[in-house]
Each structure stands twice: as structure tokens, then as C-alpha cells.
Design a protein around this ligand. Structure first.
Ligand SMILES: O=C[C@H](O)COP(=O)(O)O
Length: 319
């Protein structure tokens, strides 16, 4: 992550920027499918794209049975996400390849911070009653303070879905503003839990409110909803990011999360980013992929690229 990673200061709540916008699901699905067909990435560039995807992964463990040991193993993988011999074969052994961040629950932050010392890899913490967000506001804010005090540099908050479903934009804006303030210097990603928002129009409107309230990133899902990151939802959020950028001049990042497991998924989302927002968004400052098990398949594809053979998935430990 670059030192000068710009924050999104947000704006006042401006309903006229989103209340009249309606998203056509059929058109969004068609456009997303077209982009994901992968025509925009030439075969010979695929390995470079996969390396870029790794640099954008928020390597995640968010399980009830997480332990300090599991978090330490995850951090070791974040420090060295691809085997050295594969990096050497691709002549990229000296680029300092790491994942974008490690993402954990608040009580695991200290273990991750310790394990990542000196690596420059930030620790992200979920907070605010993840995944449902249905705990009292004072506790949700206290959780942010706790995670920041433990050393989290990034906070992934969850929104109250009810505010979106009822169109209570002021309440949504106020809640996210309060969370942004609690984050202090930590960068804030707002998880919209799009699988629970009903319509793409709601996704667009919630995205806009989250950005107006100062979110540095908008993120699709917790990974715990029945439907997590999809391409049409992502397209809708990227359109909102583009519109917000045109209106304010502020660049907001995007994080698809939940169910992204294959190198093919990573390629589809990279293509979507490039097509919709352009090359500046293909870097960890503005793009993260939240995933617990994507890295194994990417490493497998890179091995195939280098050796022409596939190793078994369990050959690539704990990715
Ligand atoms: O934010 C990250 C997600 O929780 C990861 O979801 P996943 O386990 O489906 O990759």
C-alpha cells in the first residue's frame, strides 16, 4: 500500500445524486457477462494478471474456530503467497510479492500484527457486529476502537441493511459517518451485504450513501450471506464509484468478497475493474479481493503456467 493512499473525505448527504437512479438488472447482467467472458485479457498476459490479483487479495480468515496459530500461518502465506521457485521462473522474485492485506476478526488483530511485523502488509479487521450488524451502535463503535487500538490499519464495517430496505438514507449516512469517525486514521471499507439488499437499485443507492459518508472502499459482502459477490452487483457498485468520482473528484476503492475461489473469478473481476474504471483501479490502494481460499487456485494456475503441469490443490498449503 502506498504511503499517500488518499482518503475519501465524503460529502454531505446528497439525495439527488442517487434517488432518481434506477438500475436495469437485465442490462447489468448482460454487460457483466460480456466483460467476464475474458476477451479483454490476452493469454500471454494472464500470469501477470494473476500476480496482480494476488497483490490485491485481502487474505482472510473469519471463522468461529480461528486461533492465533491459524492466523500466524495465514500471515506467513501473506508474506510469501507464491513459491519462490515459481517467482524465479517468472523472473519476479525481487518484486516483494505479498498479498494486499490480512483480514481477521478483532480479537485476532494483535496476532496478525505481530506476525506481519516488518512486512508492510496491513491488517484489516471486520467490526461493527460483523456479519449482521445488529448490535447496539455504542458496541459497534467500541469494536472499531478496539480493533484500531490492537493495530488494525483497515476496518471493514457492516451496514444496517434495514436502513437500505426502508430507504432510510439519513440513518444509513449517519451510521457510516459515525463509524468513519471512529476509524480515525484507519481506512474504512463499508460492507453493503448486497445479497440482502433486494435490488440493484438499492445496491447503487447504498453505494452512493456509503461514499458520501466517507467510506474509502465499498465492499460487496461479508462472505456469510446466501449470495455474495456477483458480477452484476459489482458492475453496479463500480458505476456508482465512477459517478461519485466524476461528481467529487475522489477515488473510492472496491472490494468484492465472498465466494471468489478460482483464478477464473479473479480474472473476471480484474477485467471488470479495467473495463469500468481503468488501469488506475488495478492496484491494492483501490482494489482488493476478499477471499479465504482463492490463493490456492491462483498458485496452481501459476505453477501450470511455469511447468505446464498442475499440482494437486493440497500441494499449496493453506492458501
Ligand atoms: O471478506 C472476506 C470474505 O469473508 C471471504 O469470503 P470467502 O471465505 O467466501 O472467500
Amino acid at each position: 500500500m502506498s504511503e499517500n493512499w488518499a482518503r475519501n473525505p465524503g460529502t454531505a448527504l446528497q439525495r439527488d445524486r442517487f434517488e432518481d437512479v434506477n438500475i436495469n438488472r437485465t442490462a447489468a447482467e448482460r454487460r457483466a457477462a460480456n466483460i467476464a467472458s475474458g476477451r479483454s485479457v490476452k493469454k500471454q498476459h494472464q500470469a501477470a494478471w494473476l500476480l496482480r490479483a494476488i497483490q490485491c487479495i485481502d487474505l482472510t480468515t473469519l471463522a468461529g474456530d480461528d486461533t492465533p496459530g491459524r492466523v500466524r500461518r495465514l500471515c506467513a502465506k501473506a508474506r510469501q503467497p507464491v513459491r519462490h521457485d515459481l517467482l524465479s521462473a517468472m523472473d519476479v522474485q525481487d518484486i516483494g510479492m505479498t498479498t494486499g492485506a490480512v483480514c481477521v476478526y478483532p480479537t485476532m488483530v494483535r496476532h496478525a500484527v505481530q506476525a506481519l511485523q516488518g512486512s508492510g502488509i496491513p491488517v484489516a479487521s471486520v467490526a461493527t457486529g460483523f456479519p449482521a450488524g445488529l448490535t447496539p451502535m455504542t458496541q459497534r463503535l467500541a469494536e472499531i476502537h478496539y480493533a484500531v487500538d490492537e493495530g488494525a490499519a483497515e476496518i471493514d464495517i457492516v451496514i444496517t441493511r434495514e436502513h437500505v430496505l426502508l430507504g432510510n438514507w439519513q440513518a444509513l449516512y449517519d451510521e457510516i459517518c459515525a463509524m468513519r469517525e471512529a476509524c480515525g486514521d484507519a481506512h474504512m471499507k463499508a460492507i453493503l451485504a448486497t445479497g440482502e439488499l433486494g435490488t440493484l437499485t438499492n445496491v447503487y443507492r447504498a453505494s452512493m450513501v456509503a461514499m458520501q459518508a466517507g467510506s474509502d472502499f465499498i465492499k460487496t459482502s461479508t462472505g456469510k450471506e446466501p449470495v455474495n459477490a456477483t458480477l452484476p452487483v459489482s458492475l453496479t457498485m463500480l458505476r456508482a464509484i465512477r459517478d461519485y468520482g466524476e461528481q467529487t473528484g475522489h477515488h473510492v476503492g472496491f472490494k468484492p468478497a465472498g465466494g471468489l475461489r478460482t483464478a477464473k473469478d479473479a480474472m473476471a473481476w480484474l477485467a471488470l475493474m479495467k473495463e469500468e474504471l481503468g488501469a488506475p483501479w488495478l492496484r491494492p490502494d483501490l482494489f482488493r479481493i476478499g477471499a479465504s481460499s482463492l490463493l490456492a487456485d491462483i498458485e496452481r494456475q501459476l505453477e501450470h503456467h511455469v511447468t505446464g503441469r498442475y499440482a494437486s490443490a493440497d500441494h499449496h498449503a493453506l492458501s
